[in-house]
Structure formats: structure tokens, C-alpha cells
Design a protein around this ligand. Structure first.
Ligand code: GLN
Length: 471
């Protein structure tokens, strides 16, 4: 299985002509043909012959200094505009939408020579954490087909976990890269808000949406972010902060670093099996010379409420454009979940309620940011669970709205702060993958990669493959 190798290894093999891009594309499609009718990780799959033709050209034109991802297959969450290629954001209103332009991040990956295989399944508009709220087929977890793969970038995580593609581009508003990475045993990064251009990303909640890489390992993520990150003059919220050569810092020692454990994150509500996985990870970091320090984020308990007030207010405004005059088809095509979110968001913004709801949530968001900065004076990074519970059975969250909201307890709060967060496989419970978040200072992605990379050098959780691959 070629796609099990790292991006660096694949790139080397391609340059030495020991393998070809045609071989890789064939492997991608044969996996998809064999497995995707069970997993539903794609909404739209690109025509195979077209991809093969592109691979033949890439094989001929490859140069010594071609990008590390040149000629590699990849997939992208269907939340990104892809010129002349259907983009649905997981919902039927955009069922026949063919964008006239490409998202900035997609363009960067294509310009580096990677070959698109298809668009990944997602909760419609990013509304959800399970990839059940898609208007297409609900996606299934490759570790247990009866369970959710996490979401909303669930399709991307499934495709990586089953080695259909070596990497994918996801989107994270309140956990959408981190949760499926954790539930499918893959690695994913929610970048600092503004690190990657959002141009051409179909908006869910504009002050939270972030574009990030998803892959098999932290090493692969570091190469991808080097390509994706940077200022875009067409996205005023993208940052001018210098883009590090992240991959060059991998392997640097972490001795003397302090890892903070927010006491509020490890109390009631967290599955004790997940807690154990995280505590074991702290012991591992201690062995490498890091110090563990308890910290506190007292307003954290309000995180889910603040997140949902702000995200739904913003989504009610963003989705206003899909009125079938300016964009999209009939508004009746909005799903129940999306209608509920538009209504709640509109309510929170309406005259007479905005002060009590939306503006109060904004004030609390500022308090969260201050508390977070205070906590980071005592430590270099924070270690946190990704989800409070193991992947649920498909259908369970739809019937239990409170549990559904609480799934975002540890991810949504961090999104409000705008901080970067790496989700890495950290163990298993009941045969299901469990990830952890390593959360850092704004624009501190290098430090997160350093810690995650060392962890993956010494552990093999991220290398474990789902049982469906043995069929
Ligand atoms: N589950 C969260 C929500 O439904 C986060 C989704 C996301 O990050 N797009 O809002």
C-alpha cells in the first residue's frame, strides 16, 4: 500500500522514479471503488480518466525541485470552491453549483502539483460534528460502521484513515477538523484564525472559520501548512505574520517546556476512558523532560453557550445570501438542522434580544481570551481532550440535542480564542480511536508540531489502521 507512506517518502520515491503518480492515482481510486459505498466519505468523485491523464503529464514534467506534494492525490472538504467542479457544502441548495473560481487554499495545493480526487462529505454548511447532517449520505466511521466519524470534516478524515488519499484539506469552525481526526485516528490542525486565507471557503461563521490540513501524521501536516499559510490580499482577515519553515523545527527537544492542564477540562462530563488516555500522554511528555502544570479557565463552562450564540448569529447572516435570487436553489431545501440554526441566530441578533444574547456572548468571548492568555503565562501549551465521549452511534446525537452540543465543549471554546490546536491520535478505548488536542499561542504552530512530532516518533497510535482495510 503506497499511500501508507509519508508525504516526504512518497515525494522521494516519485523523484527517484521508483513509483509514479499514475500508480498513486490508481491506488486511490481502487480504494474508493472498494470502500466508499460503505463509508460515504465523498460527495463528488472526479472522473478517474481525467485524473489519470493529469498524473501522466505530472510524471513527465516532474523536476528535481518540484514541490513535495507534486503529483500526490488529495481530496478536499466540499466546503471549498473548486473552479469548474461541483461544490455543495454538503447541502442540496448548492447541488448543481459549479463555482467560477477556486478557493485560495485549493489553488495553492493545485499550483504545487497535487491531483484532485474528489470533494469530501460534510455536515451541510459545517453544521454539526458527526457528518450525519449532510444532505447526501451520512458518513460512517471506518473503525465501526455503525458509528459517526466525527465532523463536520468527517469525509476528509475517513479518506485519510483508510488511505484513499495521503492528505485532505478540512475546515474547522468549532472543532470540525479536530473531532473527525480524533474519531478516525488521523492528525489534523486547526490553525490560528487568519493563518490561512478563507477566500473561497463557503462561510459558516466568519469570525471562527479556519482552513487547515488533515493527514496521517504531524510531519505531513507541517509540510502542508508551509504551502497553505500566508497573507492573502483578497482576505483582509488573513495575517501578515511570517510563515515558519515548520518542517525544519521537527525533532527539536521539548525539555523544559511546560504543558498546562486546565482543571475545568478534566472534571465532570469527560468519559473516564478518554481522561486516562490523556493522563498517559502527560506521563509520556514528562519522560521527555516537559513539566505538567495545572491551570484554570474559569469561564470555560460557558464556552458552549458562547460558541453557539456567536456561530449561529453569524451563520444566520451568512446564509441569507442563499435566497435563490442571488445564490442557490429553493430555501425549503435547507435541512431541519440548518433552519433551526438560522432561526436561533436570527433571534439572538434581533432588536430587543441582541444586548441580552449576542452582545453578552461577545463580552464573554473577550473574557475567555483574557483567561486563556493568563493561563498561557504559566505554560507553553495546553493539553486538552478533543471530545468528551467516544464516537456515538449514528442517529444518537440527532435524538439527543444536549449531548450533541456538549460534544463541542473542548473544541468550540478554543475556537473562540482563535488559538491553534493540533489533534493527534493518543490511544484507543473500546476499540475506538481517541485523540488529544495540543493547543498553543496564536501563531505558535511550530511549537505544536514540535510536540506532536516527538509524540508520534515514540508512539504508534497514528499508524494503526481501521479494520475495514482487512476486508
Ligand atoms: N460541531 C460544531 C458546530 O456544529 C463545529 C462545526 C465546525 O467546526 N464546522 O457548530
Amino acid at each position: 500500500m503506497l499511500i501508507n507512506q509519508s508525504i516526504k517518502e512518497l515525494s522521494l520515491l516519485l523523484k527517484k522514479k521508483e513509483i509514479s503518480s499514475v500508480d498513486l492515482i490508481k491506488e486511490s481510486y481502487s480504494k474508493i471503488e472498494k470502500l466508499d459505498n460503505k463509508l460515504h466519505s465523498f460527495i463528488t468523485i472526479r472522473d478517474k480518466n481525467e485524473a489519470l491523464k493529469e498524473a501522466e503529464v505530472k510524471d513527465k514534467e516532474r523536476k528535481e525541485d518540484s514541490s513535495i506534494i507534486y503529483g500526490l492525490p488529495f481530496s478536499i472538504k466540499d466546503a471549498y470552491c473548486t473552479e469548474n467542479f461541483r461544490t455543495t457544502a454538503g447541502n442540496k441548495i448548492l447541488d448543481d453549483f459549479i463555482p467560477p473560481y477556486s478557493a485560495a487554499v485549493y489553488k495553492k495545493i493545485i499550483d504545487s502539483g497535487s491531483i484532485l480526487i474528489g470533494k469530501n462529505n460534510m455536515d451541510a454548511w459545517g453544521h454539526g460534528g458527526s457528518t450525519e447532517n449532510t444532505d447526501y449520505h451520512p458518513a460512517c466511521n471506518p473503525w465501526d460502521l455503525e458509528r459517526i466519524p466525527g465532523g463536520s470534516s468527517g469525509g476528509s478524515a475517513i479518506a485519510i484513515s483508510t488511505r484513499m488519499v495521503p492528505f485532505s484539506i478540512g475546515e474547522d469552525t468549532g472543532g470540525s477538523i479536530r473531532s473527525p481526526s480524533s474519531m478516525c485516528n488521523t492528525s489534523g490542525l486547526k490553525v490560528t484564525y487568519g493563518r490561512v486565507s478563507r477566500l473561497g471557503a463557503i462561510a459558516y461563521a466568519s469570525s471562527l472559520d479556519s482552513v487547515g490540513p488533515m493527514a496521517k501524521s504531524v510531519e505531513d501536516l507541517s509540510y502542508l501548512l508551509e504551502i497553505m499559510a500566508g497573507k492573502d490580499s483578497l482576505d483582509s482577515t488573513s495575517s501578515k505574520t511570517k510563515v515558519d519553515r515548520y518542517s525544519q523545527f521537527l525533532g527539536a527537544p521539548i525539555k523544559g517546556k511546560t504543558i498546562g492542564l486546565p482543571k475545568e477540562f478534566f472534571g465532570k462530563g469527560l468519559d473516564p476512558q478518554i481522561k486516562k488516555v490523556l493522563i498517559d500522554a502527560t506521563k509520556f511528555f514528562e519522560k521527555l523532560g516537559a513539566k505538567i502544570q495545572e491551570v484554570s479557565l474559569p469561564h470555560f463552562i460557558y464556552g458552549v453557550s458562547i460558541y453557539y450564540l456567536i456561530a449561529l448569529s453569524e451563520t444566520s447572516s451568512n446564509l441569507g445570501r442563499y435566497d435563490s435570487f442571488r445564490f442557490g436553489g429553493e430555501r425549503e431545501l435547507f435541512s431541519e438542522e440548518t433552519k433551526k440554526r438560522i432561526l436561533l441566530g436570527t433571534y439572538a441578533l434581533s432588536a430587543g434580544y441582541a444586548d441580552k444574547l449576542y452582545k453578552k456572548a461577545q463580552k464573554l468571548r473577550t473574557i475567555l481570551i483574557q483567561e486563556y492568555e493568563e493561563a498561557l503565562k504559566k505554560c507553553d501549551v495546553i493539553l486538552a481532550p478533543v471530545n468528551p465521549s467516544l464516537p456515538s452511534k449514528i442517529g444518537e446525537l440527532i435524538n439527543d440535542p444536549l449531548k450533541n452540543l456538549m460534544e463541542d465543549l473542548y473544541t468550540g471554546t478554543i475556537s473562540l480564542v482563535g488559538a491553534p490546536s493540533l489533534s493527534v491520535p493518543a490511544g484507543f478505548a473500546e476499540g475506538l480511536p481517541v485523540g488529544m488536542q495540543i493547543v498553543g499561542k496564536k501563531f505558535g504552530e511550530t511549537e505544536l508540531f514540535q510536540l506532536g512530532y516527538l509524540y508520534q516518533q515514540e508512539t504508534d497510535w497514528h499508524k494503526r489502521l481501521p479494520p475495514i482495510l482487512n476486508i
